[in-house]
Structure formats: C-alpha cells, structure tokens
Design a protein around this ligand. Structure first.
Ligand code: NAD
Ligand code: 2HG
Length: 389
C-alpha cells in the first residue's frame, strides 16, 4: 500500500487516479511515500524521510525545496502547461479590466446613492473619469515564452495587438507554437521600452526576483500597464506604487495581494486566481497524480523538475532496482558489480543524468536480497535506492 499526503485541496479527479486498493491518500498521514501539493510552502516543513516523490499540481515549484530534495534523491514533479489556458484567460481579462478602468468604474457605480433619476445624473456626470482605450494597435510585451506566455502572446495577436516577446531559453516546441509575427526582443529592457502592456510569465528565482524594478519602469511608455500573474517578488511593489503615484503607469494588475497593494486605486489584486478553474485544477491533479504513480510503481520519470526523463517498460521476470546517485564516474560499475556478486542477471538497464544527479533503472532476473540493496545504498554518492517488485 502506498501512502500519499495532500497538503492542499487536490482535485478529486486527480486523486481518483490513485486506486484505493493500492493507495491511502490523506492530508494527515504517517510515513508518506509521496506528497501532492499546490501552493503550500514546504521550505520550512520537515519532509519525512519516507518521501520518494513530491508532485506539484501546478507549474511553479518555488514553494518546494527542490535542491534539498535533489540531495536526498527525492523526485519533484510538476504539471507543465496544465493550467496555462486558465492563466491566459485571466491575463486577457486583466488587460481589458485595465484598459477600460472596469474595476474602478464598477466601484464608482456600486457606491452611487439616491433615487434612480439621481443615480442616472451621477452616472452621466461621472463616466468621464473612466474613459479607457482599445487594444488593437497597442503593444503587449511578454517576458517568458513558456506554456502561458506563448498562449497570451498568440491570443493578443488575435485581438489585433502588436506583440513583442523575450525568452532567452525558449524551447523549440514553444517557438513552433508562437505566432510567427511576434517580434523577438533581446533583453527585458527592450520589451519594457516598447510595450503599452507588459505581462510576466517567468518562474520566481534568483534571476527573476525584482525583474520589474524602478529602472525598468522608468523605461516604459507613459501610461503603460504591468500585469503580474506569475509570482509576488518578480515585480518590486514599492517601485510600482511610485510609478503609479507619479503618473507614469496607468495600472498594475496582479494575482498577489499585499497590504501595500490591495487598496491602491490604480492596482487590481486578485487572490491568486490564475489557475483556479475547474478545468485547470483537474488537469493539474490528473497529470501530477499519473506521474507520481508511474514513479512509485515503475520508477519512470515524466515532467520532473530535478530528475531526467526516464521510461523503461515493465516486462522483466524479476525485481526492478531504482538508484538515484550523484553524477560521478563508476557508479554504474559499482551497481552492476553488487548485482553480479549476488548472482543476479541484468535483463535491462537504463541510466540518465541531469546536472549533478543521475538515475538508473535495472531490471534483474529474480528477487534482489536486502543485503544487495544495502550494499548499493552504502556506495558513496548514492542518494536513494529502492526495489520495485
Ligand atoms: N497565477 C497563477 O495561479 C499561476 C498559474 C500558473 C503559473 N504561474 C506562474 O507562472 C510561471 C510560468 O508558468 P508557465 O507554465 O508558463 O511555465 P513555463 O516553464 O512553461 O515557462 C516559463 C518560461 O520562462 C522562461 N524564463 C525563465 N527565466 C526567464 C527570464 N529571466 N527572462 C525571460 N524568460 C525566462 C523559461 O525559459 C520558460 O520558457 C510559473 O513559474 C508560476 O510561477 C502562476
Ligand atoms: O494551485 C494554484 O492554485 C496555483 C498554481 C500556480 O501558482 C502555479 O504555479 O501553477
């Protein structure tokens, strides 16, 4: 029986992928084999030593101590692209909200008092304060052309906007998906200097923290709009407030409220709603549950952020050994010697590395005795070993 701990609400559709005959799933559970999580912060959490895999039902993994987990030989998975459409739709909505001052105008209308004739009179007198602008011909700058950025860029083109994008590590797959008339920028500065709207679709890390700061805001055209549906921290909130108060920025639309932001008249903050659609929650949960299950039951790896992809079909007549180790010479030699010394014949073997970490699957004929597993676990550089029956 595998044990899976959930740290947030994970869609039932995903949890249904873990059959009850084989899986015990609960928010409170001892000795879990895997953890399923959304946005819960795991950096200060004591992660049990029994954990072999963490599945992030979403895209961003900045809430997970990935490097610490790599050193422990724990695989971390996410669900790339599974919530991209949901975020794209919210970004499009936010652009329209900003362009037409909809939130401010709605707030004005809700506060009207008096009889209907008076409300009508106040409406006609007040509406001049909410005059907006239209999207066709305006330029959208997209920083980060991954699953979400490409969808936003393509949708903006269909709305008649010019689009300029920047992503120094765009993948071939995303480049194929991107509308061919999206202009390529070579720096973030080039994006911000040429955009009426700038939208951010990058992970939060040491390179992207404070990506939009006072200097970059000063490069933007007058009355531009910044959209941040990626993470708090990518935009310097104080710098944005100064740019809004100084009249340089028209608006700041974001998914991350704070005391400084939430009541500002030119800021619209939403409560981290980017991925909050039924479809996205189901897609993410299903994808990550399938991946964690395949890892626990077969050792296969799909969409891990720290392990190499690995898919070795089951068909052997005995146990499967899964070894996570430091990517240093002679590990395979020591693994196969330990198996050979125990008289175990290797049916199939697959080894791949990713950065400092290497991962090996070995199918043997027969059962692997505990002493052999222990001998391999004791090899210097081995981070984690398990036998899958
Ligand atoms: N608001 C929400 O609910 C919500 C939902 C989903 C994702 N997100 C956030 O959005 C981020 C992006 O999601 P995604 O699914 O598009 O991820 P993704 O991995 O598909 O795309 C991220 C892209 O950013 C690029 N990138 C990285 N650093 C960059 C930099 N310094 N400059 C320019 N490009 C850079 C990468 O090359 C990659 O193409 C996630 O990491 C997460 O933080 C938020
Ligand atoms: O799970 C959520 O609701 C948010 C997910 C989102 O921030 C992500 O990075 O995918």
């Amino acid at each position: 029986m595998y044990k899976v701990q959930t740290l947030n609400n994970i869609s039932v559709k995903g949890l249904e992928r873990l059959p009850r005959e084989q899986y015990e799933v609960a928010s409170e559970i001892g000795h879990p084999d895997a953890i399923l999580v959304r946005s819960a912060k795991m950096h200060d959490m004591e992660i049990p030593t029994t954990v072999k895999a963490i599945g992030r039902a979403g895209a961003g993994v900045n809430n997970i101590p990935v490097e610490v987990m790599s050193r422990r030989g724990v695989a971390v998975f996410n669900a790339p692209g599974a919530n991209a459409n949901a975020v794209k739709e919210l970004v499009l909505a936010a652009m329209l909200l900003a362009a037409r001052n909809i939130c401010q105008a709605w707030d004005f209308a809700r506060r009207l008092e008096g009889d209907d004739a008076s409300i009508n009179q106040q409406t006609e007198a007040g509406k001049k304060n909410f005059v907006g602008f239209e999207l066709p011909g305006r330029t959208l700058g997209v920083v980060g052309l991954g699953a979400i950025g490409v969808k936003v860029a393509n949708a903006a083109r269909l709305l008649g906007m010019e689009v300029i994008g920047f992503d120094p590590q765009i993948t071939v797959r995303r480049a194929w998906q991107l509308a061919s008339d999206v202009r390529q920028a070579h720096t973030v500065d080039e994006v911000v200097a040429n955009s009426d709207f700038v939208t951010l679709h990058v992970p939060l890390n040491e390179h992207t923290k404070g990506l939009i700061n006072a200097e970059r805001l000063s490069l933007m055209p007058e009355q531009a709009v910044v959209l941040n549906f990626s993470r708090a921290g990518i935009v310097d909130d104080e710098a944005v407030i100064a740019a809004l108060d100084g009249g340089r920025l028209h608006g700041y639309m974001c998914d991350f409220p704070s005391n400084r932001l939430k009541d500002h008249p030119k800021v619209v903050t939403l409560p981290h709603l980017g991925a909050s659609t039924r479809e996205a929650e189901e897609n993410c949960a299903i994808m990550v549950a399938d991946q964690v299950r395949d890892y626990l039951e077969n050792g296969n790896v799909r969409n891990s952020v720290n392990f190499p992809d690995m898919n070795m079909p089951r068909g052997g007549k005995g146990d499967r050994l899964a070894v996570v180790n430091a990517n240093v010479p002679n590990m395979l030699g020591q693994i196969s010697t330990a198996l050979a010394d125990a008289g175990l014949n290797i049916d199939d073997m697959y080894n791949k590395s990713r950065g400092d970490l290497a991962y090996t699957l070995v199918d043997v004929e027969g059962k692997i005795p505990d002493a052999v597993t222990q001998r391999i676990a004791d090899v210097e550089g081995v981070l984690h070993v398990r036998v899958i029956e």
